[in-house]
Design a protein around this ligand. Structure first.
Ligand SMILES: Cc1ncc(C[n+]2csc(CCOP(=O)(O)OP(=O)(O)O)c2C)c(N)n1
Ligand SMILES: [Mg+2]
Length: 330
């Protein structure tokens, strides 16, 4: 613990535990992708952990989140089983979605996780729908829409900002501005500021240090409280950075859109290093050990699990309609 560090706050250990879990999970995922134990490519969340941890720490289990293609961190932070997630990515029957969803469609509706989403900005209307539905039921649950800076170029986001403001929906818009949409820098894609877009709809908007889980959490607590008490939507822009490529296949492409110096400069702001200052060495290493055990168990669980039987490939495609699907397809 750094003697010049700020006073400990309740929740610091939990924020650190969630971030360490996401980091360890993602590092393991990269290894398993490289060994072909996870099919396809995945989008790593490494570097952005403070956003998922800080936002989800402000939520209850009955609140909703709608995620993105870079969704593992959000799903873990909302409380999903790490073993179930890893098995899902390994396309195993024991996965959260029986191995059918994979990285970009992992979901756990029982925890309010409406799913990762392969369509840029595609999860945002899910959050609006969930918020609207819950409010109509007279409940005070809140829905968070996570999206990247790339979603700022999607018209769908503006339809959602407009509707959420008009209908005063209990939604928190969380923009993870990691500086790039694939290789396109934000400065070449977004005119003006990101928050001004929300402000144009009358939605209160703030920009926070997305590498600092306490800062993100503080903004999220305010926004969630506003939404829960009928005050309508809020918008949080989190300035963050991804250390890895856009996805696990990027290293083989040898892209040059960012310099090693730029990546290095963000390493000093690593959200885990920032949070290390808030905890004693003892607490930190206990959490590190617990997380390492949990991830090792998840790998064992995934490896020991069966892949879905080929004849079940069409199952779960339509609700309660598997016979029809089998009839049509074969
Ligand atoms: C509607 C749509 N357009 C294009 C793509 C291809 N695509 C996948 S990820 C991505 C960039 C997204 O950037 P951002 O929203 O900043 O998220 P980040 O990858 O930085 O987390 C694009 C263009 C897509 N998936 N969906
Ligand atoms: Mg981005």
């Amino acid at each position: 613990m750094n003697p010049a560090a700020p006073e400990p706050q309740s929740g610091d250990a939990e924020l650190y535990r969630v971030m360490r879990t996401i980091r360890a999970f993602e590092e393991t995922v990269v290894e398993l992708v490289n060994r072909d134990e996870i099919p396809g490519t995945t989008h790593e969340y490494i570097g952005q952990e403070a956003v998922a941890a800080g936002v989800c720490a402000a939520l209850r289990s009955t609140d909703f989140i709608a995620s993105t293609h870079r969704g593992h961190g959000h799903v873990i932070a909302k409380g999903a089983s790490v073993s179930g997630m890893l098995a899902e990515l390994m396309a195993k029957e024991t996965g959260l979605n029986r191995g059918r969803g994979g990285s970009m469609h992992v979901a756990d509706v029982s925890l309010g996780v409406l799913g990762a989403n392969g369509i840029v900005a595609g999860g945002v209307p899910f959050a609006l729908g969930a918020a609207w539905g819950r409010r109509n039921e007279g409940r005070d649950d809140v829905a968070v829409a996570f999206f990247g800076d790339g979603a700022v170029g999607q018209g769908l986001l503006y339809e959602c900002l407009n509707m959420a403001a008009l209908w005063k929906l209990p939604v928190v818009f969380v923009c993870e501005n990691n500086g790039y949409a694939v290789s396109l820098p934000v400065a070449d894609a977004v005119a003006g500021t990101i928050v001004s877009r929300a402000e144009a709809c009358g939605i209160p908007a703030v920009t926070v240090d997305g590498m600092n889980a306490r800062d993100v959490n503080g903004a999220a607590i305010d926004a969630v409280e506003r939404a829960r008490s009928g005050g309508g939507p809020s918008f949080i822009e989190c300035i963050t950075y991804r250390y890895a490529g856009h996805h696990t296949a990027e290293p083989s492409l040898k892209l040059t859109y960012r310099t090693p110096e730029e990546i290095e400069s963000w390493r000093a702001k690593d959200p885990l290093i920032v949070a290390e200052d808030w905890l004693s060495d003892e607490v930190r290493s206990r959490i590190d050990d617990e997380v390492a055990d949990r991830i090792a168990e998840a790998v064992e669980f995934g490896r020991a699990s069966a892949t879905p039987a080929p004849e079940t490939a069409n199952d779960y495609m339509y609700a309660n309609d598997n016979d029809r699907v089998r009839g049509v397809l074969g």
